[in-house]
Design a protein around this ligand. Structure first.
Ligand SMILES: [Zn+2]
Length: 476
């Protein structure tokens, strides 16, 4: 039998507020264990939470960017369960009245746009972090993470493949990073993704039994885990078995999902309204202020880059991958570089240097204005494109301006005719074999001779002029 996969994603992102959601403790990552704590986030009896206004604003900003309706009135609820990472024995979350609901984002897979519904995005607190790798057979609990503001974003079951799940996560991360509401650093746990996966006979409308896949450390891991889970469920169904509703952990080393626990239902958590916090009321004026503060979002920028700069959809995609990259490109163009050469240099040589050195563009020593200056030096014939590659490398390492590098190293392109004539004459005299070959119709020999002339000028000859002058000399 053929099956369709039905996938929904649940993503938790840590909001990048300076302090936690219900107390004033710092959210700094990697502080010594249990130093960013207070009676509130340690769950001491009798303490009272106070809502972090910034956490609400970040959540609303994210909700608006995900095309959600913002609730005029919502509330916090207690989700009760016992686990060592939860000192209060309940997590403050949102149950039936989430802050944001009913949104969507568009993803592109294989050139096709698909709309993924966002069921809800709600605010809650993070739990402490358990560590089971300490020596002496003991486990540790670090409460630094306890009470950090979390936004849980849940999709409709609109995703049909691992590729679509990957595209959804990439787009969601891009939006949240543009908003600067989360760094979405998966390695540090600021973004955690879970997938609900089920299969149904192709074309049918009902839903099969779903499993929830957790413990995935990267987007490519999510892709692999979903593919594995689809294959596993297909095998069960094909052999006449039934899929068990459960939570399964992804074991990246073995490339399989492993049963962790059978899935709880909502009523197991005995949700009830949090009595220590007043309801959340976001009025129209507040929502409007937050909406007005939103930056241009990635999809809008992607379209504008194609229209305003004549870039291909692919180039616009690469250059809007991060807000910093898009800003860098626009600053380079504003400083006088042509859009197409700026795009080519940034996506080509500069990107290669950034990747090789593991640097984000924000930390690049080549200021956008200096890159534009380098491109102008190529345009006006001062340097060749070949020499520019070496100059860019020097700029990347030292942060020097292209003009000072050109002057210090004497790299100005030779466009002086008499000097080029001399080089051409030398090359023709010194390579009788290839010259003969060219005159006998082997046109490839010209490339070799141009190469020799460029070499003789140590890369500084104007390649266009060399080409023309060699051709003339050979035809005579
Ligand atoms: Zn605290």
């Amino acid at each position: 039998m053929e099956y369709d996969a039905v996938i929904g994603m649940e993503v938790h992102v840590e909001l990048s507020t300076a302090s936690k959601v219900f107390c004033s403790c710092s959210t700094q990552f990697n502080a010594p264990a249990n130093t960013n704590v207070c009676p509130v986030c340690l769950g001491m009896p009798g303490v009272l939470p106070v809502m972090n206004r910034k956490a609400v604003e970040y959540s609303v900003a994210a909700g608006l960017a995900l095309n959600c309706t913002i609730s005029r009135w919502s509330k916090m609820d207690r989700k009760n369960y016992f686990y060592p990472d939860l000192a209060k024995n309940y997590q403050i979350s949102q149950y039936d009245l989430p802050l944001c609901h009913g949104g969507w984002i568009d993803i592109r897979v294989g050139g096709v746009t698909k709309r993924i519904g966002i069921t809800r995005a709600h605010l809650e607190e993070d739990t402490a972090r358990n560590t089971h790798t300490l020596s002496g057979g003991v486990s540790g609990i670090d409460f630094n993470r306890s009470g950090v503001a979390l936004l849980e974003i849940v999709t409709e079951p609109d995703i049909s493949s691992a590729d679509e799940a990957f595209a959804y996560l990439t787009e969601l991360k891009r939006i949240l990073q543009y908003l600067e509401v989360s760094d979405c650093n998966m390695e540090e746990g600021s973004l955690r993704a879970e997938a609900n996966v089920s299969l149904r006979p192709r074309g049918s409308a009902g839903f099969g039994t779903k499993t929830e896949v957790k413990n995935v450390a990267s987007f490519s891991g999510v892709h692999k885990a979903i593919d594995y889970e689809i294959a596993r469920q297909r095998q069960i169904l094909d052999s006449g078995g039934t899929v068990v509703q459960e939570t399964r952990g992804w074991d990246a080393d073995r490339g399989i999902t492993v049963s962790q626990r059978t899935k709880e239902s909502a009523h197991d958590y005995r949700y009830f309204p949090e009595p220590d916090l007043v309801p959340l009321a976001v009025d129209e004026a507040w929502e409007a202020r937050i909406r007005a503060s939103l930056p241009e979002l990635p999809q809008a920028r992607w379209r504008r880059f194609q229209e305003a700069y004549g870039l291909s959809p692919y180039d616009a995609e690469v250059l809007t991958a991060s807000r910093a990259m898009a800003d860098y490109f626009e600053a380079t163009v504003a400083a006088g570089a042509g859009a197409k050469p700026a795009a080519n240099w940034i996506m080509g040589d500069l990107q290669a240097l950034l990747v090789k050195n593991g640097l984000p563009v924000e930390e690049c020593k080549v200021a956008s204005g200096e890159l534009a200056a380098m491109i102008r030096l190529i345009d006006d014939g001062t340097i060749s494109g070949k020499i520019a590659k070496d100059i860019l490398l020097e700029m990347f390492d030292t942060g020097q301006s292209p003009t000072s590098i050109v002057e210090a190293k004497g790299l100005i392109q030779i466009s002086d005719e008499s000097e080029l004539e001399r080089i051409v004459a030398e090359v023709v005299a010194g390579n009788p074999g290839p010259v003969e070959d060219f005159r006998n119709g082997k046109e490839k020999a010209l490339g070799f001779l141009v190469g020799q002339a460029m070499k003789a000028s140590r890369g500084k000859a104007n390649p266009k002029m060399i080409n023309e002058m060699l051709l003339k000399a050979l035809e005579n």
